[in-house]
Every structure is written in structure tokens, then in C-alpha cells.
Design a protein around this ligand. Structure first.
Ligand code: PSU
Ligand code: MN
Length: 290
């Protein structure tokens, strides 16, 4: 059966209420429309749920005390019976463990920008997970708040094959272009399925990272979003934010600074990615049968 995993950090920490709950349910509907089964992943009272129900999605969209859960947090949240929203890294771990091969998100985490001449060493565990779990991960590239050049380099170092889906260039989350290369272009779900199959047959542990440009009607050129990103990063710095707080803070501030424009783009690209992931899952289910 074609299945698409979906993450929950974007619900609890990436989008504001009520957009987060609506988007989460809509992503599931879009996956079903394309003929696949959605499995939104998270933790409820310490239990891992692969396929949250509507009530559980509501809980993660509204509850105050939902921990952002990356790999290192998984045992802590599980052992302490807490609610947790899983990042790309933690979702990949749990989805892979459940035998799911395709996963859709918005933008992956990556290398955060240096502050002045200071390398912060804030590098998302998402990059580690992409090197470790052999899944197909569908995204709009890495989040634009990051150092995209450095993020691209780490993907290369860790042996992650980056696919441009109907593009020759890696998208930059809100923007269609980034100036960054992809390793290969695929124009159809079937091409991605074939590539995923060769990767698996070669015994590679890495994910196939399928990068999908945001829809043209809502994409924001880098020149327009960059000033807002710089303002948000300066604010994060003066608030001495660290670690897991940084990304949610920046996304929230960008939404405010752009008057909701970045939020609308974020939701649209999540929707597009969910559809493409479902189409790939369907293609993978049919090609393996042959
Ligand atoms: N994509 C979005 N919004 C998000 C995220 C992805 O459109 O909020 C989340 C993912 O869960 C990703 C996390 O794993 O942001 C990255 O967090 P960090 O930089 O702290 O690793
Ligand atoms: Mn981090």
C-alpha cells in the first residue's frame, strides 16, 4: 500500500493556530486524493503514534506543552509520558522503523547562518537523519533562514542524492531558485521511483532528497524575503535564542514581518509536497510489483 509519512513539528511549532490544524488535515486529504494513505507522526502522552487521529492532531495543534522532538529528545519524551511533535529527523526515524518509505515536509533543517564571524555549530539533526535512513523525503529544499550554501555542502558530504523535481536547481523554500545545484533532475513520479529503487538496490543508507519548487503563484523571490530574514535573525540574536527555539522563532517572526505572506507560501508548498510525495508513493508501490 502506498503510504506517506507527515511530521508534526510543523503543526505544533512551525505554523500558528488555527492554520496549523487546518493545514495538517488538508495535507492528509491531499495524500488520500492522490491514492495514498497519510500517517502523521507524533507522541501523545509518551506513546509514539504513526497515524495520529483528528483528535490527536487537534491536541498537538493547540496544547501549550508540546515538546519539539528531534532524535535526541525521543527517549526523554517517551519515558516521561510527554506530548511531542516530531521534526524531520525524528519523523524519519519513526517512519523508517514502521516500514514507511516516503515522507513529505516543508523545508528540511540544515546549517544555521554564522553570527558575524562566529560559526554557531547549530546544524540540524535532519541532515544526520538524511544520511541514515533510506527513505524518499519530499521538501522545498532547506528553510531559507539557513545558510543554504553550507547546507548543500553537508548534503554532499553525507552522500545524500539531491533530486530537482521538474527543476534543474534546488529551490530555497519560499523561492523557486537558489543558485544551488541538484544531482539529478526527475520530471515524473515514476522517474523518482526508479531512482529510489536503484539507490536501495545499491545498499545505500541515505535518503533520496526530492526538492520541489514552491508553487509559482505564491513563491517569494529571495530578494524580497531576504531583508525580512535578516531582521528576524537579528531579533533572535538579541533574544539570545538557542538550539531548538531558533527555527520556530524565525518562522513566526517572518510571518509577522511579511504580513502573513510567508505563512501562505509555507502552507502552499507543504500542500504541493504532500501531493508529489503521494504520487511518488503510488509509483513506488506499482513499480516494485513488476
Ligand atoms: N518545514 C516547515 N516548517 C517547519 C519544519 C519544516 O515548513 O517548522 C520543521 C521540521 O520539523 C524540521 C524543523 O525538522 O523545522 C527543523 O528544526 P531545527 O532547525 O531546529 O532542526
Ligand atoms: Mn538546531
Amino acid at each position: 500500500m502506498p503510504i506517506v509519512a507527515l511530521e508534526s513539528t510543523v503543526i505544533s511549532h512551525g505554523l500558528p493556530f488555527p492554520d496549523n490544524e487546518q493545514a495538517a488535515l488538508r495535507l492528509e486529504d491531499l495524500v488520500r486524493t492522490e491514492g495514498a494513505e497519510p500517517r502523521t507522526i507524533g507522541l501523545i502522552a509518551g506513546s509514539v503514534i504513526v497515524g495520529l487521529n483528528e483528535g490527536q492532531i487537534h491536541r498537538l495543534a493547540t496544547a501549550k506543552e508540546v515538546k519539539k522532538v528531534s532524535l535526541r529528545d525521543l527517549p526523554v519524551v517517551a519515558a516521561n509520558g510527554m506530548d511531542g511533535a516530531t521534526t524531520v529527523a525524528a519523523t524519519m526515524h519513526l517512519a523508517h522503523r514502521a516500514g514507511i518509505r516516503v515522507f513529505a515536509t516543508g523545508g528540511i533543517g540544515g546549517v544555521h547562518r554564522s553570527v558575524g564571524t562566529n560559526q554557531t555549530w547549530d546544524v540540524s539533526t535532519d541532515l544526520e537523519a538524511l544520511a541514515r535512513y533510506p527513505m524518499v523525503v519530499v521538501c522545498a529544499g532547506a528553510k531559507a533562514i539557513l545558510d543554504l550554501v553550507a547546507t548543500r555542502e553537508v548534503l554532499e558530504t553525507r552522500g545524500v542524492t539531491v533530486v530537482g523535481y521538474q527543476t534543474d536547481e534546488m529551490p530555497a523554500f519560499y523561492s523557486i531558485t537558489s543558485g544551488l545545484s541538484v544531482d539529478v533532475r526527475c520530471d515524473t513520479p515514476e522517474e523518482v521511483a526508479m531512482l529510489a529503487r536503484s539507490k536501495d538496490e545499491l545498499g545505500l543508507s541515505q535518503a533520496l532528497l526530492v526538492t520541489v519548487p514552491p508553487p509559482a503563484q505564491v513563491a517569494i523571490p529571495a530578494s524580497e524575503i531576504e531583508p525580512a530574514i535578516e531582521v528576524a535573525i537579528t531579533e533572535a540574536k538579541s533574544n539570545s535564542l538557542r538550539s531548538a527555539e531558533v527555527t520556530p522563532f524565525l518562522l513566526k517572526r517572518l510571518g509577522k514581518i511579511t504580513g502573513g505572506r510567508s505563512l501562505a507560501t509555507n502552507i502552499s508548498l507543504l500542500e504541493k509536497n504532500a501531493r508529489v510525495a503521494a504520487q511518488i508513493a503510488v509509483a513506488m508501490a506499482t513499480t516494485t510489483d513488476r
